[in-house]
Design a protein. Structure first.
Length: 293
């Protein structure tokens, strides 16, 4: 297991433990505190548990080495897992929205004030969890871990909405009991919006969409440090899991022999993979400088 993969797996275990604890806390506080917004929050956290398990399975599968049927490895499982995670979020949003609308029209008692204390602690913890997991996702270049991070952020948003709804209900008193339910409905909209933010980059990864200008610049800078490389031309990058596969055209002296050009290509490939560890397959195409227009 690579260092990045090990980091991602440990981070996912952190997410699972956090979501289990919070789902139990929210569910209990929602039931005993008479708050559907908190119960809705617990539903969202429960889906997060299953989503984090999917991320964990995806990370373990993505770590499998390349084989005859998968010469580029198994990294593409990551965006596929991300799609499933998004589906969990959308389902959770739908359940919360449906139940919220149902409860808006049913008279019920005001939430208990202690639920605000519970929510305040949850919001703080979820924001910390979001920042921890997002940092690790950037460090490991994991799209599914990034989706897991945004699960924490969407959970924090639903908790903020619940906090506002309960506060309004308690402050305004009888007649405003449904503010709690409206807050849960608003939270479902935020969850759907975050679902799109998670889905879009994963779709781009599957479609080999280009998002990697900074990495291209870094590759070109490192390439010019290799003796014999006069310039670089085309540079295509595609992401698979936590690795970036590169096709690079390098310009060399047209008078070099095939053997010399071959040696430069190998040196360039080895240099790029040593200097930029997140690179996977690197394919070098040698171009003679006399052909440059």
């Amino acid at each position: 297991m690579t260092q990045h993969n090990e980091t991602a797996v440990k981070t996912t275990y952190f997410s699972i433990a956090s979501n289990v604890a919070l789902a139990v806390l929210k569910g209990g506080a929602g039931i005993f505190g008479n708050s559907y917004a908190l119960i809705a929050d617990a539903i969202e956290s429960t889906t997060d548990i299953f989503a984090s398990f999917l991320v964990l399975l995806g990370l373990k599968y993505a770590n499998r080495p390349a084989d005859e049927n998968h010469p580029y490895g198994h990294g593409r499982i990551e965006p596929l897992v991300t799609f499933i995670v998004v589906a969990f979020l959308v389902i959770a949003a739908g359940i919360i929205a449906y139940e919220s609308i149902q409860n808006i029209f049913i008279p019920h008692a005001l939430p208990h004030p202690f639920t605000l204390v519970v929510l305040g602690a949850i919001i703080l913890w979820k924001e910390i969890a979001f920042r921890v997991v997002l940092t690790k996702s950037k460090e490991t270049h994991s799209s599914s871990l990034k989706a897991d991070a945004w699960h924490h952020r969407s959970d924090a948003i639903t908790s903020i909405a619940a906090f506002l709804g309960i506060s309004i209900a308690l402050f305004m008193g009888p007649g405003y009991e449904s503010a709690d339910d409206w807050a849960a409905l608003l939270a479902s909209g935020f969850i759907l919006y975050n679902s799109y933010l998670i889905f879009r980059p994963a779709l781009g990864e599957i479609m080999d969409e280009h998002f990697y200008d900074d990495l291209v610049r870094e590759i070109r800078v490192e390439a010019l440090k290799v003796p014999g490389v006069l310039a670089t031309e085309k540079c295509f990058i595609r992401k698979a899991g936590m690795k970036f596969h590169v096709d690079l055209h390098a310009i060399v002296d047209a008078n070099l022999s095939v053997k010399q050009g071959h040696d430069i290509a190998h040196t360039l490939k080895d240099t790029l993979r040593n200097e930029i560890p997140q690179l996977g397959h690197v394919l070098i195409h040698i171009e003679p400088n006399s052909d440059v227009v």
